[in-house]
Design a protein around this ligand. Structure first.
Ligand code: GAP
Length: 551
């Protein structure tokens, strides 16, 4: 469990978040509602910046990704096909003595124990598991609890009208795959990105906003050719080392190279907004942990103050984002359940196939057939129809058709916000000449995500020339970025206010700006948040200078 010192750190962060308007408890005036959080003025800006950066990096700045914005409520058939109706559950258990309810895997994890499955597939609590509230060992056996929020569409509350609030944004991308493909002029490999709300009725929401019941996801589904198609076209499939960036995408990349590429691209994204590699961790899921359709999954972790420590005493970190290689499972499921084809036609494959030697064709045909048959039988299709369908699929491959595979980088907005807040939080104790000490709080956000980019401070508020000039500077910058005009209190106080909000730059408009020293006419002082350094810059150069820092 996290040390008391680290719990105290979280308490201080939670308090600053409320005091400065980053995060509020939802419905606070009615006592709150567990697992729901609101973002205040600074939090809303921070969140907007994070989402915009993700969207720009993942869609606008790439040729090979298109965007989507789908509804939260979709046909319940989607959740049947995806497996969520039947299997999207967490194991839950109760303490028979104090009646407290737990997520069984978390309860075990908190005690450095592992929840295992018995021969019948049901979860079993390991010997010695205790209630972390009262210490009793009298706990019910874990039972599955489906995490989807149910509602009804239309006025009649009948089983026929049941719908679900989406528990992930991903499924809409799969359901709209064909529409996006046909309208975006993309071809495989390409991706579809989406940002939006997701809902999970978590058994035990905890760790502030980390595990909420309503949250936002930023998901990319990146569609790639199956390895057999790559091999047919390029002669072989290139694999890459499991660490390090593999460089620019290549036509001969199979799923493993694409997976490694996206892990490293996502790490670059985090580094680019101020989360250095040493604040991150990685967890490569073991074969036992992987979903049955997944070939690999790497979780990018962030070392939160509440993270548990490993045997060496190092913070282990908690999941910020998972990057999964999901094979062709999702599109295949939607093809089977909807009866609509989800395959694509690849001219390069069709041409290459005809030029392959017969043995190569047979080898690729067989491998593709085996993969398809494995998927179908695992999904509950009887052996004979599965073999028939797999034969059709492999014959399709020989004619240039396949169902694309998917690499999925899936990130949580709220977890990233919490990571950025805990990473930025800095305390410094300052002692004045009289020996009086005071704790100063600075939120050291990277300028790209900082809620306010610049504080605009006229030296004095009762000098109309200073105020006029300061308002001109504000109006120059305002169309491009969020700035904050502040003319009340001493300059020192105003700096401190902006430091707590995490504003990277304060611009002071003083008498030199007005030309008291002629050579400084129309310049402002830029004060840097993290080291207090000051420099002068011409107002005419200000916009370009700031844009270069925040983009
Ligand atoms: N489509 C794949 C998917 O949804 P996930 O690991 O269940 O995978 C992806 O969720 C990300 O969504 C997580 O890495 C996390 O950042 C975020 N997330 C999931 N559940 C969350 C919750 N209850 N509260 C906040 N964020 C959550």
């Amino acid at each position: 469990m996290a040390e008391p010192k680290e719990n105290m750190q979280m308490e201080k962060i939670v308090s600053l978040c409320k005091r400065r308007g980053f995060v509020f408890q939802s419905s606070e005036i009615y006592g709150g509602i567990n697992g729901f959080w609101d973002y205040g003025p600074l939090g809303a800006e921070l969140k907007r910046n994070v989402k915009e950066l993700w969207w720009n990096t993942m869609t606008r700045q790439r040729e090979d990704v298109a965007g989507l914005e789908a509804t939260i409520i979709m046909s319940p058939a989607i959740w049947k096909a995806s497996g969520h109706v039947d299997t999207f559950s967490d194991p839950m258990c109760d303490c028979k003595k104090c009646k407290k309810r737990f997520r069984a895997d978390q309860l075990c994890d908190d005690q450095y124990l592992t929840l295992t499955k018995g021969a019948d597939g049901k979860y079993v609590l390991p010997a010695g598991t205790k209630c972390t509230s009262c210490g009793s060992t009298e706990l019910t056996e874990p039972r599955p609890f489906n995490l989807m929020f149910k509602t009804y569409v239309g006025p009649v509350e009948s089983e026929d009208n049941v719908a679900y609030l989406r528990p992930e944004t991903a499924q809409a991308i799969f359901a709209q795959f064909k529409n996006v493909l046909e309208t975006s002029r993309q071809s495989v490999p390409f991706g579809i990105g989406q940002i939006g709300k997701a809902f999970r009725n978590e058994v035990t929401p905890r760790n502030y906003t980390f595990r909420s019941r309503e949250f936002e996801q930023m998901e990319l589904e990146f569609f790639i050719k199956p390895d057999e198609a790559v091999e047919a076209i390029c002669g072989s499939v290139q694999t890459v080392p499991e660490t390090g960036h593999p460089g620019e995408p290549q036509p001969n990349w199979g799923w493993q190279a694409w997976h490694q590429y996206w892990v490293e691209e996502r790490v670059r994204f985090y580094e680019g907004i101020g989360l250095s590699r040493d604040t991150l961790g990685f967890h490569r899921q073991t074969p036992e942990e992987l979903a049955h359709y997944a070939r690999a999954c790497v979780d990018i972790l962030f070392k939160f103050p509440f993270s548990k420590r490993d045997e060496k005493g190092e913070l282990r970190g908690e999941e910020l984002e998972g990057i999964a290689a999901r094979s062709d499972f999702d599109l295949s499921q939607h093809a089977r359940f909807s009866g609509k084809p989800m395959g694509v036609f690849d001219d390069a494959l069709r041409t290459a196939w005809t030029k392959l030697p017969k043995e190569k064709q047979d080898d690729l045909w067989r491998r593709y057939y085996e993969n398809r048959k494995r998927y179908l039988t695992k999904s509950g299709v009887e052996a004979e129809p599965a073999a028939k369908q797999a034969t059709e699929d492999a014959n399709g491959l020989a004619k240039g058709q396949y169902i694309p595979h998917v690499i999925e980088p899936s990130a949580g907005v709220d977890r990233l916000i919490l990571a950025l807040i805990t990473n930025a939080y800095t305390e410094t104790v300052k002692t004045d000449d009289k020996g009086k000490s005071e704790t100063i709080y600075t939120m050291k956000f990277h300028p790209r995500v900082a809620p306010i980019k610049a504080g605009i401070l006229p030296l004095l508020k009762n000098k109309p020339e200073l105020v006029k000039k300061a308002l001109e500077v504000r109006d120059l910058l305002r169309p491009w970025m969020n700035v904050y005009y502040d003319d009340s209190g001493s300059i020192g106080k105003r700096y401190a206010r902006q430091d707590e909000a995490g504003t990277p730059y304060c611009l002071t408009i003083d008498f030199d700006t007005l030309g008291e020293k002629p050579e400084l006419l129309d310049t402002v002082t830029i004060r840097h948040r993290d080291d207090g350094r000051q420099e002068r810059l011409k107002i005419s150069e200000l916009l370009g200078w700031l844009l270069s820092k925040i983009r």
